[in-house]
Design a protein around this ligand. Structure first.
Ligand code: NAP
Length: 296
């Protein structure tokens, strides 16, 4: 059996199209342009690439992009002052502080200083609590993208057995909350889980968010299961640098019903969901109807 490939690149393009349509309507009917502020502290090369890409895609869907680049020695007080200014700026609907921050800055303190309604990464403690209690929140972008792809492929997820491998605050835990919200029976596995292969073999849905190249082999996958591979691992193979996921794609695709590739699966959905969250935040801030299908 050859699995269906869930094409995250095409799906992300569709989401960006929906966002762009909604942005155009907000401008035309209400004179409002959604704005996303991205704050980068320091010169981490990967973070610089992400921030550039976010800025470019923000502009492409018709929103305003505000980039704030601060030097690596920026004090906590100065960073908090900038966030306070953005919190109070009515033209800014979403604020994202690119992580990781330099070591002298307290990430939790910084994230929790963002106004929850503008926290388009969904990492603020209030949004975590709202998601956990099934209330309207800003939902972390990567798990939101995974949920959108699962809903699109399956329709209803109700009653399905889902296993999330990984319990990070940015992927594993919110992913589990979202699947629970869609009435899956959810297991969260991690590095101390006993007999992980056996746990994974029970799953109708496997979400792998570990950060270990190809650690999930095909024979852990139940025949017909849907596999969402969040992992992005850079490895050297045959003398070349390649990107691989947390799942061994070839052997898993031979058993799964559907699977996301790496690259081209979850990755492109993350920025698309950031744009979706910004337009959602803008609508909420202005008391307007939210676009359908762009949040959990
Ligand atoms: P993380 O914070 O390092 O968390 C990794 C999780 O995997 C932890 O909960 C850890 O368990 C668990 N784990 C480690 N080894 C394991 C093992 N042998 N068996 C079972 N579980 C194990 O990572 P993350 O930030 O969630 O990211 C995970 C992966 O997703 C990375 O490859 C990252 O690059 C990728 N990612 C992709 C996107 C995207 O846009 N596509 C976004 C975010 C992250 P413990 O808690 O017990 O240590």
């Amino acid at each position: 059996m050859a699995a269906n490939i869930i094409d995250g690149k095409a799906f992300a393009a569709k989401v960006r199209g929906q966002v762009a349509e909604h942005v155009a309507r907000l401008k035309e009917e209400h004179g409002i342009t959604p704005g996303l502020a991205v704050v980068l502290v320091g010169e981490d090369p990967a973070s610089q690439v992400y921030v550039r890409s976010k800025g470019k895609q923000t502009v492409e869907v018709g929103m305003n992009s505000y980039e704030h680049k601060l030097d690596a020695e920026t004090s906590e007080a100065d960073l908090l002052a900038l966030i306070d200014q953005l919190n109070n700026d009515p033209t800014v609907h979403g604020i994202l502080v690119q992580l990781p921050l330099p070591k002298h800055l307290d990430e939790d303190l910084v994230i929790n200083s963002i106004a929850p309604a503008k926290d388009v990464d969904g990492f603020h403690i209030s949004n975590v609590g709202l998601l956990g209690t099934g209330q309207k929140s800003m939902v972390p972008c990567t798990p939101l993208g995974c949920l959108m792809m699962l809903r699109d492929y399956h329709g209803s997820l109700s009653g399905m057995d889902a296993v999330v491998i990984g319990r990070s605050n940015i992927v594993g835990k919110p992913m589990a909350q979202l699947l629970l919200g869609d009435s899956c029976t959810v297991t969260i596995a991690h590095s101390r889980t006993k007999d992980l292969p056996d746990v994974v073999r029970r799953a109708d849905i496997v979400v792998a968010a570990v950060g270990r190249p190809e650690m999930v082999p095909g024979d852990w996958i139940k025949v017909g299961a849907t596999v969402i591979d969040v992992g992005i691992n850079r490895i050297e193979r045959d003398g070349k640098n390649v990107l691989v996921g947390d799942v061994d794609f070839a052997s898993a695709a031979a058993r799964a019903g559907a699977i996301t590739p790496v690259p081209g699966g979850v990755g492109p959905m993350t920025i698309a969901c950031l744009l979706a969250n910004t337009v959602t935040a803008c609508c909420r801030a202005n008391g307007l109807a939210e676009p359908e299908g762009l949040t959990a």
